[in-house]
Ligand binder design. Sequence first.
Ligand code: SF4
Ligand code: MG
Length: 335
Amino acid sequence: NETILSVENLRISFHLQDRVIQAVRGVSFTLNKGETLAIVGESGSGKSVTAKSLMRLLPKQTTRITDGRIHYQNMDITTISPRELESLRGKEISMVFQDPMTSLNPTMKIGQQIMEGIVQHQTLTKAEARQKAIEMLKLVGIPNAEERMEAYPHQFSGGMRQRVVIAIALACRPNILIADEPTTALDVTIQAQILDLMKSVQEQTQMGMILITHDLGVVANMAQRVAVMYTGEIVEIGPTDEIFSNPQHPYTKGLLQSMPRLDADRQEPLVPIPGSPPDVSRLGTGCAFAPRCPYVMKVCHHHAPPRTSLNEQHGTACWLQDQRSLKARETFQMQ
Ligand code: SF4
Ligand code: MG
């Protein structure tokens, strides 16, 4: 497994008028060539912030990466110059968002928008770039690709627009694709087609993919590994089949029971996790999940759970998993 991206102890804060929020609190993970890593968690858990930070797309005025590193090739993305960043974006690392309109220019023809990316990063003549753009539109399943080069974004349906965005993202054969809920807004059939497309491009190019989704069916279908985020931390990470069949963290267990899975005909009804995520500007020193956790122990309120690993690939941060927890529990009970 060749690691192509490695994130170490990433911390990101939001600076609002009256307070500072720790949106990402010590996140670490790696991405391998050709693999898909899914990131799941409730909204506000820091998934999108983490994803955006990988391309430094967070608003400069209000957001700060306060610690950590993002290693890509020989660079640390957290510190490279705007110029180096520009040469990575869209060429080596591409991103697709939930709403295709945020990444398309409404006043520019689709063909031009695809060609722009191609020309920017490759030395091609205009005619070659045009040919490549048409190829990309065909690849993502846009009918009459040649004609559609002349159309504007509003002349496409939502599903077709998202295909165009994916065509742009894939046009330069990136090493990494970051997809933040790329199909959430689309109906199920189109969702499946677009995911299949992303998968087949991945098989051809061996790009690594970070996929943010709230759909466990999509996770099962697409991802070899899953990271579960809660209040800015990864509370569990591991191979998809292990996380589904043998979840360790109480939040992961709750999430699996509360999230829809469109691919499996589930018999049990969805069970929401009681309570809601805490206000991240007021987190204490203990486990952030403690107020909602059915297994909470005294130690959990006072000390952050250590990270432990079940095996080389599967890790979690919960006192239940720690050998020291018994001792710690005893100590706390004695007090
Ligand atoms: Fe629950 Fe404690 Fe584990 Fe947190 S550390 S998830 S509160 S058992
Ligand atoms: Mg989000």
